[in-house]
Each structure stands twice: as C-alpha cells, then as structure tokens.
Design a protein. Sequence first.
Length: 162
Amino acid sequence: MKKFVLFTCMMCSMVIHAQRDFGTPVNDELPQKLKELRIAIEVTNFPKQIDPVQIKDTYYWKHNTAILCKESEIQIIEYGAYLFYNDQWNLRKSYPLKEFNKSFGTKKQVIKQAQPYTWVNNWRVDTNLYAGWAMWYFIGVTKDGEKICGYQKIETTDKLLN
C-alpha cells in the first residue's frame, strides 16, 4: 500500500509540473472584435519568438512592441493582449488607456501619422516556465470616425537563455 501511495504522489507531482501545451494558432483565426475592423495600425514585436531569462525565481520574456499608423493620425480607444489556449484567442487583459500614454509616450492616446511609438519593456513575467502564443492588439479611431485596428502575434518559448 505504501508503494501505491508513493507512486500516486509521484505521478500527481509529474502531472502538475508537466509541460503545458497551449497549441498553435491558425493564421486567419482572430477574435471577433478584430475581424470586424480594417487593419490600419502596424504592430511589430521584437523579437517575434521570445526565449525567457531567469532572475531568481521568476522568468522574464523580454520584448518590445512598436506601433505606427501611416495613413492618418488616430486616437487609441482600446489595447491589450490575447493568449491562445483551448484552440482560440482568449482575452488576457485590456489595459487602462492612462497606461498607454505612459508606456508609449503619447498624449491623450493620440498617435501622429507615420510616427513610430515603442513600448520598450513590454515583458511577460511568470513564476512558471512555459511556452505559448500571445497577440497584442490596438483599436483606434481616425479623425473621420472610422474604427480601425492592428495586431501581431508573438511566440514565447520555454528555452532558457541563461
């Protein structure tokens, strides 16, 4: 009986700490609210595949996110990130617009035409090491009142750099 209990405890521990697999998104798969909008905001994450570093007991997937609208000045009205799991994009977080100004260096969430804006320390942080997919999205309004969007996917790995 002791061996059975020990074996069961070991198996439970292995299952709890097993590698998570959240799947890989299909290229044309998008959240509904983005499907309905015209893409006019360019979004670039660097790098697109992010390997973590470990500092003490925490993992950091360090990257930055840049945005640009070539055709006109726009005002951002929503931004955030989705995570891909259960075979779909799931909203991780929509950020308060006050944070947009702080992160991207804008005023009143306005992006000037052809001016790049970069969130330098846009990092994923976790105490667990796992790979997955995220997608940063931005929704804005043109001076003509058209609602537009931009987004880009990033892959986070479980391959430690240090």
